[in-house]
Design a protein around this ligand. Structure first.
Ligand code: SF4
Ligand code: SF4
Ligand code: SF4
Length: 245
């Protein structure tokens, strides 16, 4: 019997699900090993009988809360898939504005019909077994997660910063090019994707465990950023953490 896998989306752009579909070369092998019973972007199949749930998106409404609880009750293993699900991602920007203003801005006169809550990552509402970080979730991480689950193992999250992967690749540091970069305090796992393509890390995988944020602030300030600019940089993807308050 193949394990049954379901994909679900909450508040998100659905780019993480698309990233799964981008694993074109590996998809036939994945489909040999698992049965996908729910995946709105790719299939009309709908079933509530599954063991593994990949959940994309943040929890932002009372309906989201009810729905994620039902998914958790069914799934033996629940993966928070992508930044919106694992840290709140870009959606957390909403929490720095008055909720009524945000609602009125988006829905205008119809705002009263749309209930809203402060944004939360999935683990703030139900227990999560594993997090795939990044915006979008990294293809390599997705495949490693599926492979580990099929072997009955829980994959390990990277606990070191992007700089480690960047140095391994012998990239030119963006600071040496006169830019600023959040790699020193951002969780690795993307293979230093942005610096490897001559772009700075903007923190999409969220903060690494035990980040040295005071030093990171000092370095950003030394490179000319004002406290407000630093806060804006931190809020883009670290919104769930204290450093962005
Ligand atoms: S993490 Fe990024 S790519 Fe994935 S759903 Fe959220 S906004 Fe889209
Ligand atoms: S470019 Fe960024 S990630 Fe790479 S070493 Fe420099 S600070 Fe670290
Ligand atoms: S380098 Fe930074 S912003 Fe770019 S993919 Fe990796 S974690 Fe995300």
């Amino acid at each position: 019997m193949k394990p049954k896998v379901a994909f679900f989306d909450f508040a998100s752009c659905e780019g993480c699900q698309l990233q799964k579909l981008n694993c074109e070369e590996e998809l036939p092998l994945v489909l040999d090993a698992v049965e996908i019973v729910n995946f709105r972007e790719a299939s009309s199949a709908r079933s509530d009988d599954y063991e593994i749930a990949f959940v994309e998106g943040s929890i932002t409404t009372p309906h989201c809360v009810e729905r994620i609880k039902k998914i958790r009750a069914q799934a033996k293993f629940l993966v928070a898939f992508g930044a919106c699900a694992s840290t709140g991602g870009l959606n957390m920007l909403k929490n720095f504005q008055p909720l009524d203003e945000v609602r009125a801005y988006v829905y205008g006169d119809g705002a009263k019909y749309f209930d809203t809550l402060p944004v939360r990552p999935v683990h703030e509402v139900v227990p999560v077994d594993y997090k795939i970080h990044g915006c979008p979730g990294d293809k390599g991480d997705i495949l490693e997660c599926v492979r580990s689950l099929l072997l009955g193992k829980i994959p390990k999250e990277k606990r070191y910063p992007v700089c480690v992967e960047c140095k391994r690749k012998d990239n030119i540091c963006r600071y040496d090019e006169g830019e600023v970069c959040l790699g020193p305090i951002t969780r690795a796992g993307c293979g230093a994707n942005c610096p490897s393509n001559a772009f700075h890390c903007f923190g999409c995988r969220g903060l690494v465990d035990d980040p040295v944020t005071d030093s990171a602030r000092d370095v950003l300030a030394k490179h000319g950023l004002t406290p407000d600019e630093i806060l804006k940089k931190f809020r883009l993807f670290y919104g769930y953490s204290e450093v962005a308050r």
